[in-house]
Design a protein. Structure first.
Length: 113
């Protein structure tokens, strides 16, 4: 696959080694970021360390909200919003393992949406 950028309200970077764009995108909105993730697979697959490295490279102030369930309940979303408001955060970075799981992608193609 060739690298490319798709933009439709939300900019999505496709291709290998696109994570380095994270800090430049977030930097447009300040130096504070809330990192939201689930049960720990982000750490097991090594994505957490890569995200932290990118944010540290841009000298971002990082606060974490771990343990967020898939399709979060409104109470979880409100908890994250309250953290952002309290700390003056303007951007939230979230990660879900399934976006990096080829099995999920193939299952998704077969399902009716």
């Amino acid at each position: 696959m060739k690298d490319f950028i798709f933009s439709n309200t939300t900019k999505v970077y496709f291709g290998k080694a696109q994570l380095h764009h994270l800090s430049e995108e977030i930097a447009q909105f300040g130096k504070k970021v809330l990192l939201v993730y689930g049960g720990g697979s982000i750490k097991r697959i090594g994505l957490y360390d890569k995200i932290i490295a990118e944010l540290n490279k841009a000298e971002m102030e990082i606060f974490e909200l771990p343990g967020v369930e898939p399709n979060p309940h409104h109470t979880t979303v409100n908890k994250g919003a309250a953290l952002c408001k309290k700390r003056g955060y303007r951007r939230c970075v979230g990660s879900r393992r399934r976006f990096y799981d080829r099995r999920y992608q193939s299952d998704r193609r077969d399902s009716k949406v």
